[in-house]
Ligand binder design. Sequence first.
Ligand code: IFM
Length: 427
Amino acid sequence: MSRSLPDNFLLGCASAAHQVEGGLDNDWSRMEREQPERIRDRSVSGIACDHYTRYREDLATLAAMHHTAHRFSIEWSRVEPREGVFVREALLHYRDVVRTCRALGMEPIVTLQHFTLPVWLADRGGVRCADAPRLFARFAAACAEALGEDVQWWVTINEPSVLAVFGYLYGDWPPLQPSIRGFLGALGGTARMHAAAYRAVHQVARAHGWAARVSVAHHERPMRPLSPRSRVQRAVAVLPNAIFNRWFLRACTTGRLLPPVGRGQKIAALRGSLDYLGLNYYSEQRVRFNARRPRELFAEPVVPSDLPLSSFGWTIDAGGLRRAVETLWRQFGLPIVITENGVADEGDELRPRFFVDHLSAVCEAIEAGADVRGYLHWTAMDNFEWAEGYSKRFGLFSVDRETLERTPKPSAAVFAEICGTRTVASA
Ligand code: IFM
């Protein structure tokens, strides 16, 4: 059976500056240098994929594989390495990335913050700094001015809940500060930053008469009770789902800092601050009650025996993507762009099938009525996977860590075929 994707449906890959560009100096590279034990394989991001200098060839390769969109992030520490000092060459670089995308027929989708922060802001309290919304808005406005009308799709912050969980609840990522209070503060801080940047990008666009659609890239990881018939097990999934999967989106729709982060106070520009919904989906999680797991809000993750696993240990279930899309569409009624979906797969054995199953699931959700505008695969090249270092391989291309030579994997051709024909053939 084969299914067709809608006309104008965006298809391509997503990436993040710190993971591919190389040569960065931010809170992450500082941690990699000063606390190497924090990275599983003790690697440093270092030159990464040297995409900063090779972006033209890399983008041309993707366009030749019929990609029609490309998501990338602007590295704040390059553009504003010291507070208030903006580097024109860096902005011109990103403007050229955008123009290159356009010239190659790929719609650019630009992320303003993807996990990393300039060290000067990290040292002032990072996303919890009271001044962070103003500073982020100033940076966002500078980017919007520089990139101009060629960018119509913006993502303010990538995965705010993931940043809050790993940086503050677990304390495994910068700023390495595990505390519930810090975690809630980080959620509130990123919501304020998003609102400020949302307004800044729209102000610039309006002043010039440009079109702009602004959102976040929301990481949806639905927690499902291991034993759905047990009331206790069902109850244990409620709180983590409400906080990890819904708090941020509800804040953006209601315009309020809802409990447990705030008392419902209104935040200027937060209400209605999603023009579309950017969805990063990888996996659902089965959970069961465990009184000794307060860090996970007593919802212990359990690996189910009935689903295949990625090399990250995450379950692979395309039905989860369809459920996520349909649920978010039903609850929020916003057009959805799948801003990330992918699989860690050492030998590229899982990925070809993964594409067919996950894109079929997207087609099913569309047939059921969901307004889905695009699908961006994570990611084009094997890259620096945060605390996992270079040990996890999400790419369509492998990258030789000595020569940085890119080699396409078989799945790259499978995705190219889907992009070229806009058809997903399940055989
Ligand atoms: O590599 C990350 C990306 O930076 C954010 N979303 C999940 C990806 C895979 O873990």
